[in-house]
Design a binder for this molecule. Structure first.
Ligand SMILES: O=C(O)c1ccccc1NCC(=O)[C@H](O)[C@H](O)COP(=O)(O)O
Length: 206
């Protein structure tokens, strides 16, 4: 069984990046969608990613945005996270590897989505809240995740140090993704919460 990877999302500050890296984060998420309170512009993205060491994945998060803008951001990113209603053909415009976030609304057929988004490197499964594309801080019913999906699962939505161990034991995801659960305010990470979260992931390994 592989170690569960950890992505810390919604980073906006240098010191939070340093703590996440030192604590063992595998991937760091940067929100490039201007509707978010955690949003960065491209200059700030360039500045922040300059301190990310080799072998830590720089992930850019977009919500139904102009492919040209995404293209310009790609210079600073290793992986694209599509977090809106992008169809597979739109996702395929990226020149970087990409993942697709799926919000777990009742009607969603996860198996069908896994085959539709066949070029995705993973599916990020997140809570569904009408009118909010992501970063809701809410969990969803993990039992809705089908076994044997053809894509690696990145589990997101309302995770924190208090529930991530249970989440890993019940879902066995490829990775877990957290934003609000390691914050003290939107875009301002709590360093103790980051360390506690990654410690609980480590403790949950079989
Ligand atoms: O963080 C945002 O503001 C955001 C805005 C629009 C789409 C997605 C957004 N964030 C996604 C994430 O931070 C995570 O991938 C995931 O949704 C987990 O968030 P949380 O429930 O806060 O841990």
């Amino acid at each position: 069984m592989n170690r569960t990877r950890v992505k810390i999302c919604g980073l906006t500050r240098e010191e939070d990046i340093d703590v996440a890296v030192a604590a063992g984060a595998d991937a760091l998420g940067f929100v490039l969608w201007p509707g978010s309170e955690r949003a960065l512009d491209i200059d700030r993205l360039a500045h922040l990613v300059a301190r990310v060491p080799a072998f830590v994945t720089r992930v850019g998060l977009f919500v139904d945005q102009d492919p040209e803008f995404i293209r310009r951001c790609e210079a600073y990113l290793d992986l694209i996270q599509y977090h809106g209603d992008e169809v597979p053909a739109t996702c395929a415009k990226a020149t970087r590897p990409w993942i697709k976030a799926l919000r777990m609304r009742d009607a969603l057929d996860v198996q069908a989505a896994a085959s539709d988004y066949r070029e995705a490197r993973a599916l990020l499964l997140d809570a569904y809240k009408p009118g909010v594309p992501g970063g809701t801080g809410e969990t969803f019913d993990w039992s809705r995740i089908p076994a044997g999906l053809s894509k690696p699962v990145i589990l997101a939505g309302g995770l924190a140090s208090t529930n991530v161990g249970e989440a890993i034991r019940s879902v066995r995801p490829f990775a877990v993704d957290v934003s609000g659960g390691v914050e003290r305010a939107k875009g301002v990470k709590d360093h103790d919460k980051i360390r506690a979260f990654i410690q609980q992931v480590t403790l949950a390994q079989p």
